[in-house]
Design a protein around this ligand. Structure first.
Ligand code: NAG
Ligand code: NAG
Ligand code: NAG
Ligand code: NAG
Ligand code: NAG
Ligand code: NAG
Ligand code: NAG
Ligand code: NAG
Ligand code: NAG
Length: 296
């Protein structure tokens, strides 16, 4: 009875520890991350330590069993699986203080796993003294979409028109939603193109074909599920009235640039006028001087 009780307690503590120790990290493709593994409050001699960083889970360990290994104070590269070669590093100056965190460089698509550090110490016999898990996922925000549509008066009611919505440098693949702002219904896209960049991020282009109505108000959403983020852009005829066919977001950016350019131009003109004035004054002065000295 007593033994069973303590067994349950141990099991409970084990579960509790597993829950509290699970850290989640979200990284951008191409960034460096620190997978944390801390056993603080003690000093360690490196010779007595074995540190294994592994991929947790049965499926994954078949393809890669060791992410990084340190045995008797030395990195053991022969155990490391190839996809992590030259991309991992323990923090040498911190190992003795129980900071067994692993640096993983240039994080990429295949790195999304649950990682586990297992720390063993040999004092008379070898035992596991610490274990910790870290979940690594990748995510990057999508840029504000650029929504293009037909110009005003370039189509007649009932005619089929095409909209396109473009967004860049996000991760993972997004969900795209087209919404009819007049009645807030979902419209279904007619085409979807996605391209992956060398750094792992994606650019997307979604197109929508609809039969034109006199008042079209349409919004395009790019949703990043991991980051729980939506970016969007609007199309509405009223905003497009002077011929440009891009979304209102870009419009404001353009007019801001225009104002800036005007300000710079006026400063330049002012300076030019000042220069002319100064030159003119000097020439007047020096010609007076000449006419004065000449008679002597
Ligand atoms: C990752 O670390 C490497 C080596 O220290 C460095 O050259 C690189 O700039 C780092 N990358 C980022 C995105 O910080
Ligand atoms: C790495 O570990 C393997 C297997 O345990 C062992 O045969 C090898 O000698 C070790 N290499 C180094 C450099 O410690
Ligand atoms: C790791 O770096 C070494 C030395 O810089 C190099 O010889 C080796 O090819 C690299 N391995 C991988 C898998 O990039
Ligand atoms: C462990 O080392 C990492 C990397 O330098 C650092 O970010 C972290 O704060 C350290 N943690 C502790 C508890 O010292
Ligand atoms: C948007 O909703 C309005 C009102 O229901 C409808 O008249 C219009 O045809 C819809 N537009 C598109 C492009 O589906
Ligand atoms: C546009 O209208 C035509 C004729 O009514 C119909 O056949 C076609 O399916 C419509 N297209 C869309 C995208 O709703
Ligand atoms: C993003 O917007 C779409 C369409 O309005 C919605 O269905 C979805 O729940 C939103 N997602 C988030 C994370 O807000
Ligand atoms: C688009 O218009 C709707 C209202 O029609 C507004 O709620 C939303 O914030 C606008 N989105 C953007 C990106 O301007
Ligand atoms: C914002 C803007 O420049 N609107 C102009 C668009 O063109 C009409 C005439 O076609 C003008 O009345 C608007 O002021």
């Amino acid at each position: 009875m007593n033994r069973r009780g303590s067994g349950f307690l141990l099991l409970f503590l084990h579960i509790l520890r597993a829950v509290t120790a699970l850290e989640k990290i979200v990284s951008k493709p191409g960034d460096n991350v620190t997978l944390s593994c801390i056993y603080a409050g003690r000093e360690f001699s490196l010779d007595s330590l074995r540190i294994y960083w592994q991929i947790d889970g049965d499926e994954d360990t078949k393809s890669c069993s060791v992410v990084h290994a340190l045995i008797s104070g030395q990195d053991n590269e022969s155990l490391q699986c190839s996809q992590f070669k030259n991309r991992t590093q323990l923090l040498w100056d911190k190992l003795g203080d129980g900071n067994f965190s692993l640096l993983l460089f240039n994080v990429r698509q295949g790195d999304e796993h649950t990682y586990k550090c297992v720390v063993m110490q040999t004092v008379e016999y070898t035992s596991v003294i610490h274990q910790e898990q870290v979940v690594l996922s990748l995510a990057a925000s999508y840029s504000q979409p650029i929504l293009s549509g037909p110009k005003r008066n370039s189509y007649s009611t009932g005619e089929e028109v095409t909209f396109s919505c473009r967004s860049d440098n996000g991760y993972p693949e997004p969900n795209v939603y087209w919404i009819n702002r007049t009645d807030n219904t979902l419209l279904s896209q007619s085409d979807f193109n996605i391209a992956q960049h060398p750094d792992g991020t994606y650019s997307v282009l979604s197109t929508l074909k609809v039969n034109a109505t006199s008042d079209m108000q349409i919004e395009c959403f790019i949703e990043n599920k991991i980051l729980q983020e939506n970016t969007s852009a609007n199309y509405s005829e009223e905003l497009q009235s002077n011929g440009t066919s891009t979304g209102s977001h870009k419009e404001t950016a353009k007019s801001g640039q225009g104002a800036q350019a005007a300000a710079i131009l006026s400063v330049v003109v002012l300076m030019a006028l000042l220069t002319v004035l100064i030159c003119w004054l000097r020439r007047r002065k020096s010609s007076q001087l000449v006419s004065y000295t000449a008679p002597i």
